[in-house]
Design a protein around this ligand. Structure first.
Ligand code: SF4
Length: 340
């Protein structure tokens, strides 16, 4: 099967302060050379601390963040949309096939529109239906899938709870029958019981419509139960990708190990020592040299300060960027950096 989303060496850099500070260029390297693939029907988790660049990756795939460098391809209905090059009508096709669900459903829904009009708006904007009757039919269909009824469609968003508002946002995202959804912290603002509700809904919609998801979250417990594959981001880079069960049972990168040590293990008999990370995530304007994690890594080697770790496939579906895993620290450490 071909991937529905391919991302190759994606960079998103923003100039700040007019782009210069004391004559030197100032750039936020929000995403710095990220590559991965998402397959049809797959739920791909993207995790990391705030400031790691995960939201920017999601936005770049939908062309809602500027792509500085790299290739982003979305394959739908035998057509490859080269997102990094899209303009005009190409962007309309992208909107139809790829949509986003945000954390705060209230902010993303117009308070002056009825739920029917909110859900119908993308159909009308993209001219996907021929008349009002067809639009209403499609709105009712998708509302029903999202467990909203006809009475709900006549009301305004303020009449609904957070969970119901998220159902409305999901219905609106699905009305154009997309193949790919980016869910950015889509359940983070909801109570735990409502979170489970929305996650179950997303899962059943994903199976029903063979949707692929990018599920962006800082909550590893949610990711563990919801995603098929997980990528871990640190300071604009992906440091590890693996199927969820492998990532949680055999995390290879010291940063992944530290993140996982803070949550209860999937296997209640498994024991895990908590790894405390010191310090804050460094600035993406002047990221550390070598391995970007070296300033906080509990097992950093001298070489980590200067040599960027290469991507290593531990197995066909498990990749990581760490010198210790690549096991070539000794052979690549410059003499003057080697421990005495
Ligand atoms: Fe830690 Fe070095 Fe591996 Fe980076 S490359 S994660 S600093 S051991």
């Amino acid at each position: 099967t071909s991937p529905i989303v391919s991302v190759r060496d994606l960079q998103v850099h923003y100039p700040i302060g007019g782009g210069f500070m004391k004559g030197k260029p100032q750039t936020v390297r929000a995403v710095d050379g990220v590559s991965f693939e998402i397959y049809p029907g797959q739920i791909f988790g993207l995790v990391g601390e705030s400031g790691s660049g995960k939201t920017t990756v999601g936005r770049a795939i939908l062309k809602a963040a500027p792509i500085t460098h790299g290739e982003v391809t979305l394959r739908v209905a035998d057509t490859a949309l080269h997102v990094d090059q899209l303009r005009g009508d190409g962007l309309k096709a992208l909107r139809r096939h790829a949509q986003m669900i945000f954390q705060d459903p209230y902010a993303s829904l117009s308070p002056r529109m009825t739920v029917r009009d909110i859900i119908a708006e993308p159909l009308e904007a993209m001219k996907l239906t021929r008349n009002r009757e067809e639009t209403d039919r499609r709105v009712r269909e998708v509302a029903e899938k999202c467990r909203l009824n006809l009475e709900h469609l006549r009301r305004f968003p303020h009449a609904f709870s957070g969970g119901q508002r998220q159902r409305i946002a999901i219905a609106r995202a699905l009305v154009s029958n997309p193949s790919f959804l980016v869910a950015d912290e889509a359940v983070a603002a909801l109570d735990v019981s409502i979170q489970a509700n929305i996650l179950n809904l997303l899962k059943s919609l994903q199976q029903d419509m063979n949707l692929a998801f990018m599920f962006i979250s800082h909550d590893l417990s949610v990711v563990a139960h919801f995603c098929d594959v997980v990528a871990v981001m640190y300071l604009g880079e992906i440091v590890e990708i693996a199927p969820t069960h492998k990532l949680f049972s055999q995390p290879a990168h010291p940063y992944t190990q530290a993140l996982l040590s803070a949550i209860p293990p999937l296997d209640p008999d498994a024991k895990r020592d908590r790894v405390q990370l010191s310090g804050e995530i460094p600035s993406p304007i002047t990221p550390p040299t070598g391995c970007r994690f070296h300033t906080r890594c509990p097992v950093a080697q001298p070489a980590c300060q200067t040599i960027k770790p290469e991507w290593t496939q531990i197995s066909g579906d498990h990749g990581v960027a760490c010198h210790l895993v690549a096991d070539h620290v000794d052979s690549t450490v410059p003499e003057h950096l080697q421990e005495q």
